[in-house]
Design a binder for this molecule. Sequence first.
Ligand code: AMP
Ligand code: MG
Length: 411
Amino acid sequence: MLSVFDALAMILQNVQGTDSESIPLSQGFSRILANNLTVPYDSPQFDKALMDGFAIQANEGICDLSVVTFQVIETITAGKTPAHPVADGVASRIMTGAPLPVGSNCVVPIEQCYFDESSPETVDIPADSIRQEANLMRRGTAARAGSTLLNAGSRLQPQQIAALAEFGFGTIEVRRQPRVAVMATGDELIPFDEPLQGGQIRNSNEPMLLAQIEACGAVPISLGIVRDNESQLRTAILSGLQYDVLLLTGGVSAGILDLVPKQLKLAGVEQRFHGVHMKPGKPLWFGCREDNQKRCLVFGLPGNPVSSLACFELFVRPALEELVGARSRKMSMVASLTESIRVKGNRPTYQPVAISMLDGRLIAQPVPWSGSSDLRATVDANGMALLQPEKGNYQENDIVEIWLWGDQRLI
Ligand code: AMP
Ligand code: MG
């Protein structure tokens, strides 16, 4: 049986990236940039004041005096162009962000100046406040025209949207969001808003997976519940193959009604693997279907809710990131266990944990968990920790590899 590592490598090998599209910057949050962008012009575009104060020319020798008097020749507010240069003995009142007048190499903050606010014809400035290059920013200091602004594959965050706005990128080229369809299979399933009858359970996997897809920045598509019936399954699978990714839950293990692998193959989906050496999630199925150069990645997720959850995070999420060429892949981190825990069985186990921060380090608190069907346990967790069977018993403070689920925060 494949290891988690090899299964993931196999999945990523089969990913063909999505194409790109142009969108308005206002819709760019969290989208993946399709191309490298360079800074189109120097920022700032002009030498500018960083404080409200007086723009002067600071010269050597001025410091012999304790206070220097300057004649005030104009007031420059942000957005205005200075009309006069400054030279020896001349100052312009200036506001934060306004262009410096020619000749100025120093801005003295207003708090350090003495002047008559009602008629500021002159200003007295203490000599020790006069320093060359103080409180100003020279053209191009923040960004030089032609330098890198953002690389392809960046997931656009608010500060990056702002930088794109600053440089006038009103339309941006981003990768198309993958459309990911979810189909729940099982005779026992009913929609979550219907009353239960004997032996039935509610379809909880589908809303969970739709939310996980959304958290990845992909487009979730609900295909509802399909019965454990060969022809119904086949028809539903064929309609699901039009999307970039098709997720099925249930029907991939060894039960007599686990019909999904056979029906996927009959629908033309080529199996890449069936089964991964892990717990939960061992029955995971993965394959691809190629149609007119369009590829659909198909995951048969085990029906047990915690298996579906873990398999999505370990395998589907990286595939979705790869589909859009995201540069920063979500990676595991390490944390200290808050208590001892024993690994049962011989498979690497992904134990639900509550991950938080204590004294500057990550800690993982195992939640009481009775296995792949114990969805309730996951409600108190925000991620999972990998426990290796060879180690057997883990002690408090042992370091483990952890994953935060989706974009969840520390508890
Ligand atoms: P299966 O993989 O179809 O054998 O299902 C394994 C277990 O997961 C069974 O107990 C199912 O009832 C349960 N299960 C399957 N699909 C879902 C679903 N969509 N929501 C919640 N539980 C499910
Ligand atoms: Mg089933």
